[in-house]
Design a protein around this ligand. Structure first.
Ligand code: SF4
Ligand code: SF4
Length: 269
């Protein structure tokens, strides 16, 4: 693709779209992170950008219906995960092979990863994607507009953005491997720990506002959210990845191409 086309792609702006009331969305998304099968409820309409964004889709070993619908030659083992977990890659144009005529051909049986993906996490946190690789998702993320039931809900959104910014700018303050590197997981981590910043924003807050104090509070918030120590939480994530899911057409939160030999990319996590 030449530079001009990339530039056009980058600047393409979609009409504003309603992302829903912020605090309701936040509560649902945090619950979905902790539960296994809640899924997102994204008003994607005709968008299927997630299915065209060079993402690997993780399919759990117990997702029998999905595994039965996807040709075995499109599935390969997930490094570091137990036997039975599978990844599905994408074609030369970054499209999921299950996307047929711009629709998910296994919609009723799409993987949980696809059901979970919610590009509103980028609108909520301000975390950005690589527009050269995921221009479609990026454009949709910029179009979302949250509403707020009141000032308290606006403050909650400010706390989420503050959490995301702190995580982005201060990764070096954390022990190795505690913070995820990819944008999806980083955004989801901000949703987990935003409470730390929410407390700091309370009038007369006595919370420790030094960087060290904030890092400690974030680690504790991660422990509390995941139910395991933060350092272990990273390894747990490796064993049982949670993907920010995809479009209703199913898609997973993928990670930008990192491309192994087969030219498939990493979908998420
Ligand atoms: S979740 Fe995926 S399909 Fe739905 S709006 Fe976002 S980018 Fe489009
Ligand atoms: S919903 Fe999932 S399985 Fe279906 S086309 Fe999109 S990425 Fe592929």
């Amino acid at each position: 693709m030449n530079e001009r086309r990339i530039a056009i792609k980058k600047s393409r702006a979609l009409p504003e779209a309603s992302a829903g009331e912020f605090s309701q969305w936040l509560q649902h998304t945090r619950s979905a992170q902790q539960a296994r099968d809640i899924g997102a409820d994204v008003p994607c309409n005709e968008c299927n950008a997630c299915c065209r964004s060079s993402m690997f889709i993780h399919i759990r070993a117990d997702e029998i219906r999905s595994l039965n619908r996807i040709p075995k030659q499109l599935l390969f083992p997930v490094p570091g995960l137990a036997k039975g977990h599978r990844l599905m890659g994408y074609d030369d144009k970054g499209r999921c092979p299950m996307l047929v005529d711009d629709r998910c051909s296994i919609y009723e049986d799409r993987p949980q990863t696809c059901r979970d993906y919610d590009c509103r996490i980028f609108a909520a946190t301000g975390i950005t994607l690589d527009e050269k690789v995921q221009a479609g998702i990026s454009a949709q993320a910029k179009a979302w507009r949250f509403t707020y039931a009141g000032d308290a809900n606006r403050l909650e959104h400010e706390a989420v953005r503050a959490a995301a910014m702190f995580l982005k700018q201060n990764a070096k303050l954390f022990p190795p491997q505690v913070l995820p590197l990819n944008p999806v997981q980083l955004a989801l981590t901000a949703l987990k720990v935003y409470t730390v910043f929410h407390k700091l924003m309370e009038p007369g807050s006595s919370a420790n506002s030094s960087d060290t104090g904030i890092v400690e509070a974030i680690m504790a918030a991660m422990d509390q959210f995941d139910g395991v120590p933060a350092v272990k939480a990273e390894s747990a994530e490796t064993e049982k990845p949670r993907f920010a899911a995809g479009p209703h057409h199913g898609r997973a939160a993928a990670e930008p191409a990192a491309g192994p030999a087969q030219r498939r990319r990493h979908r998420h996590v």
